[in-house]
Design a protein around this ligand. Structure first.
Ligand code: ATP
Ligand code: MG
Length: 393
């Protein structure tokens, strides 16, 4: 029986300098956490690779393969067969293991790497010999050294020899936690989960804040948001979702302020509360799913007015993306189907018929000053409760 393992390569580029070991430890820890859900594995690293090795027959390597594909900082994953460091065993393994990976493919080449220089053959000789074995065992396949469909790798390493055929793309990006902590404004829509995913990919550990407006928004709407957080957490790791009620603020806005400004004013409240929560939770930036021009509150002027409410950087990774592009990411990370469930959002509860698209800050402030802004923020802060989302990898 062939023993199969996963080899996860991390990007050299992001791991340079003094931080290298810190990043590597972080990645290894992340893998171990996920592996714990799939059985017993041995996990260790060497030569810019994390080795994931089933420790018994029960370990679910396929499940772990999918989970490893969601770890940021990993650029490529290959499945490899482990064998003894001698040509007989390597040949036998290649003959048995490689053919299924070459099904439907026309060409291949063998790349051998010998980090154990004590091994009798050099890489050229290994490649030639294993290439021959594969030609004998796979019908209709030929060698193409320039543009092969599949690269078969034979690696002679410290702990043994590995045979792999083809590589899968890893999640890319940087290990979560290596680039600070940010607070994601998470609605039930399509854009904000994508925004969270994109910043987590850059190494940002996420907290989330969700605003609800009970009874105008429902229990189901909140459940949907928590489900979105759960899906994002498969990439981003644990997420604390802070839920804050905007009910009273919205009711006061409707009573006191000009309708055209509702959304803008509400957004300034949201950002202000988010900033307060961010500082409380050690987050150094806010993250939203806004995209330029998508709706009235996302024009350049409107974004200026919302930004003026806060003193933290606001990251909007979707700002330059078309809806279609955002949807493509949402489908890839599997938040889309949940996002399109039709539940109300607090933003859609009292929407003005003619929202301002080119608001002026002075005029917004005139409206805002009709209410005791700080007191309402304070009161909303008092409604906050936190849900800890742990990923089911
Ligand atoms: P999404 O698809 O993420 O809901 P959207 O295009 O519907 O975005 P808006 O509803 O205007 O846009 O919201 C813009 C951004 O404001 C969202 O991407 C999100 O970051 C934040 N936001 C909106 N509603 C909420 C909410 N109820 N709680 C937390 N953040 C919110
Ligand atoms: Mg929304």
């Amino acid at each position: 029986m062939i023993k199969e393992i996963l080899l996860c390569k991390y990007g050299e580029i992001v791991l340079k300098g003094a931080n290298r070991k810190y990043f590597e430890d972080m990645l290894c820890r992340e893998m171990k956490k996920r592996a714990a859900c799939y059985g017993n594995f041995q996990i260790y690293r060497a030569q810019s690779t994390i080795y994931i090795e089933p420790a018994d027959d029960e370990a679910d390597l396929d499940g772990m393969f999918t989970a490893a594909g969601k770890v940021f900082g990993i650029v490529a994953i290959s499945r490899a067969a482990v064998c003894e460091k001698n040509m007989e065993d390597i040949s036998r393994t290649a003959a048995e293991y490689v053919p299924s990976f070459l099904e439907g493919k026309k060409t291949f080449k063998v790349e051998a790497k010998r980090s154990d220089k004590a091994f009798a053959l050099d890489s050229m000789e290994i490649s030639r010999e294993i290439g021959g074995v594969i030609l004998e065992n796979c019908r209709g396949i030929r060698v193409d050294v320039h543009h092969p469909d599949v690269i078969v790798k034979v690696e002679i390493r410290e702990f043994g020899a590995y045979v792999s055929a083809g590589q899968f793309k890893g999640a890319g990006g940087m290990p979560v936690g290596t680039n600070g902590r940010g607070l994601l404004l998470l609605s039930g829509g399509i854009d904000s989960p994508v925004a969270g995913y994109m910043m987590a990919k850059r190494g940002v550990r996420l907290d989330a804040i969700h605003f609800e407006s009970f009874p105008y928004t429902s229990e189901r709407a909140r459940e949907k948001v928590l489900e979105l957080a759960r899906i994002v957490s498969e990439y981003a790791g644990d997420i604390y979702v802070h839920v804050v009620s905007l009910t009273h603020i919205q009711e006061e806005l409707v009573k006191a302020c000009e309708e055209d400004y509702f959304t803008l004013l509400l957004r300034r409240y949201m950002m202000t509360i988010a900033e307060r929560v961010a500082r409380m939770k050690g987050c150094s930036a806010l993250i939203t799913g806004e995209s330029l021009g998508q709706v009235a509150s996302q024009t350049m002027q409107a974004l200026g007015v919302t930004d003026a409410a806060v003193n933290l950087p606001v990251f909007r990774p979707c700002i330059g993306m078309d809806k279609e592009e955002i949807v493509t990411v949402a489908r890839k990370i599997e938040t889309f189907e949940t996002s399109i469930q039709p539940y109300e959002d607090c933003c859609t509860v009292f929407t003005p018929k003619h929202p301002r698209t080119k608001p002026e800050l002075e005029k917004v402030l005139v409206q805002e000053n009709k209410l005791d802004f700080q007191a309402l923020v304070e009161e909303a802060m008092g409604t906050m409760y936190t849900v800890h989302i742990t990923p089911e990898y």
